[in-house]
Design a protein around this ligand. Structure first.
Ligand SMILES: [Zn+2]
Length: 224
């Protein structure tokens, strides 16, 4: 059975986990999040209810969708242990340091990464196949210093649902060995009602891609 590792059980992680469960995908879902449910989360973090306030998100989410919980922060000290055995990573974390660490660790270990983000009316999704497609560092090189956080800029709950479900779909596509959508930066502008896929160009000087272990789908399975 394939293993999907979900980083972040927040605005994107909740709908992504729910979609994987509703799809009855034949996979092991491991949910990583260090935080507890807060009342302000409830509007867009759809796996949690009033009675979950104060409980660990990873544990509540895992119980709701039939996954495994890891109450942990994904950082340089925990990455190796958390990534062991992962066949695909879904990154729904909300800070740039963690996103770039996930990018670098996924590439180094040859694990496909589905990265999602939502801010204001903008949603973003990219599937990175190590050694085959561009990566976050091809795009930005380093975490941008001044980008506003979700807390500062706000985010639409419904947009989180859209991006989270798309992350689940992209992860299942990777596990089926379908790579058509990989390497494109999918951008939704919900205010204009538009979606644009842009090719994420590989930077020949990218430090993370230079260290990438090539992604070889082991054996293709039909999870769905
Ligand atoms: Zn790169």
């Amino acid at each position: 059975m394939k293993t999907a590792l979900l980083l972040g059980a927040g605005g994107l992680g909740c709908p992504a986990a729910l979609a994987l469960a509703e799809a009855k995908a034949d996979l092991r879902l491991v949910i990583v999040d260090p935080d507890r449910v807060e009342r302000s989360n409830l509007a867009r973090q759809i796996l949690y209810a009033d009675e979950d306030v104060g409980a660990f998100k990873a544990e509540v989410a895992a119980r709701r969708v039939g996954g495994e919980a890891r109450v942990a922060r994904f950082d340089a000290t925990t990455a190796a242990g958390l990534l062991r055995g992962a066949d695909v990573i879904l990154d729904g974390t909300d800070d740039f340091a963690t996103r770039f660490l996930a990018n670098d660790e996924a590439l180094r270990r040859g694990i496909p990464l589905v990265h999602g983000a939502a801010l204001g009316w903008q949603g973003l999704l990219v599937t990175i196949l190590p050694g085959q497609t561009g990566c976050l560092r091809c795009l930005f090189e380093a975490p941008p210093g001044q980008a506003p956080t979700c807390a500062e800029a706000g985010v639409l709950a419904a947009l989180c649902g859209l991006v989270g479900v798309a992350m689940a779909g992209a992860a299942l596509a990777v596990l089926r060995g379908e790579s058509d959508g990989a390497g494109f930066l999918h951008r939704w502008d919900a205010l204009r009602g538009t979606h644009r896929p842009l090719l994420l160009k590989r930077d020949p000087n990218c430090a993370a891609c230079a260290l990438a272990a090539s992604y070889e789908p082991k054996e293709l399975t039909s999870c769905l």
